[in-house]
Design a protein around this ligand. Structure first.
Ligand code: GH3
Ligand code: MG
Ligand code: MG
Ligand code: MG
Length: 301
């Protein structure tokens, strides 16, 4: 999960098409490149192309580089993209202005090819490292799925979104049955492997791009299902139960069967129906608890 590498993308915006093309050809050995020759076109491409880095000319007719920069920073979908300003050597006061606005760097034109290449390479490396740190801070070290911190972030984000759209949000809380006994009998290493397989099995049951599963605690997992009523969440819970049974992981100490099983609590509601996301989570948790008391290896909704 952490090893995925993809070609990084750079957007070059310069009103002189020859400049944009020249820069693009210099840096094309490092990354994918697209060019735009006006502020308006640049803004549109920044949204569509979602570049890792933007090289932005300061002097342009119409929307100049500074104005475009402000717009990029006030738009949530582009605010995180580092921008390197480019400007003619005769206009070096722009360097101070640009850097103070929050630009990542500054390159004077005419540029030296080697310097342009080195600066772009360094900034792309910083972007790569930032993405890696983001992924690490979002994921659980043992299973590779999302961790609880990221789940909490996504839960409040999705809760607000469902509130705006008046759509239901579904949750499935999942807890491995008699897992203490599994560890005691098979050892912690096998216990860890079991958690990895359970996490994978759950992840494979998720159908929609917006669905997510996180490791909520030791042997507890939770699925976050935007736009999903209780019927959909319940169907997923049944799929998870089937997938985990299909793993046929022996567990001779289990009460319900001789294999690893899970208990689940399912809850779904529109944000109008519950006071907050915390209450929805508490509802799923209470149902999970009832599934445990009811004998484990079952789903309560
Ligand atoms: P129940 O059916 O009621 O859920 O019983 P249980 O034994 O699964 O629940 P309990 O909360 O008593 O025990 C959870 C166990 O999960 C105890 C803990 O050692 C184990 N555990 C938690 N995190 C990890 C982990 O990362 N690796 C391993 N191997 N075990 C873990
Ligand atoms: Mg220009
Ligand atoms: Mg537990
Ligand atoms: Mg358990």
């Amino acid at each position: 999960m952490l090893a995925t590498t993809h070609a990084q993308k750079v957007l070059v915006i310069d009103d002189v098409e020859m400049n944009a093309t020249l820069i693009a050809s210099v840096i094309s050995t490092l990354c994918e490149v697209q060019t735009a020759t006006s502020g308006t076109e640049g803004l549109q491409l920044a949204l569509q192309y979602n570049p890792d880095l933007i090289l932005l000319d300061v002097l342009m007719p119409g929307m100049d580089g500074f104005e475009l920069f402000r717009r990029l920073k006030s738009e949530p979908r582009t605010a995180h993209i580092p921008v390197i300003f480019l400007t003619a050597i005769s206009d070096m006061s722009a360097e101070e202005v640009g850097l103070n606005m929050g630009a990542a760097d500054f390159i004077a034109k005419p540029f030296r090819t080697a310097v342009l290449l080195a600066r772009v390479r360094n900034h792309l490396e910083l972007v790569r490292q930032r993405h890696l740190l983001e992924r690490l801070s979002h994921s659980d070290g043992l299973t590779g799925i999302a961790n609880r911190r990221y789940f909490n972030t996504m839960l409040s984000r999705e809760f607000s979104r469902m509130q705006r759209q008046n759509q239901p949000l579904g949750l499935v809380m999942i807890d491995v049955d008699d897992f203490k006994a599994f560890n005691d009998h098979y050892g912690h290493l096998r216990g860890d492997e079991c958690l990895q397989l359970v996490a994978q099995a759950i992840a494979q049951c998720l159908q929609r791009p917006g669905d997510m599963v996180a490791r909520y605690g030791g042997e507890e997992f939770v699925c976050l299902l935007p736009n999903t009523p209780v019927s959909g969440a319940l169907k997923l819970a049944h799929d998870i139960q089937t997938a985990i049974a299909g793993l046929q992981m022996p567990h001779v100490q289990a009460q319900a069967t001789d294999f690893v099983t899970v208990s689940m609590g399912v809850a779904a509601a529109t944000p109008q129906e519950v006071p907050g996301s915390h209450q929805l989570l508490a509802l799923a948790d209470a149902r999970l608890y009832r599934a445990k008391r009811g004998g484990r290896n079952r789903i309560i909704s």
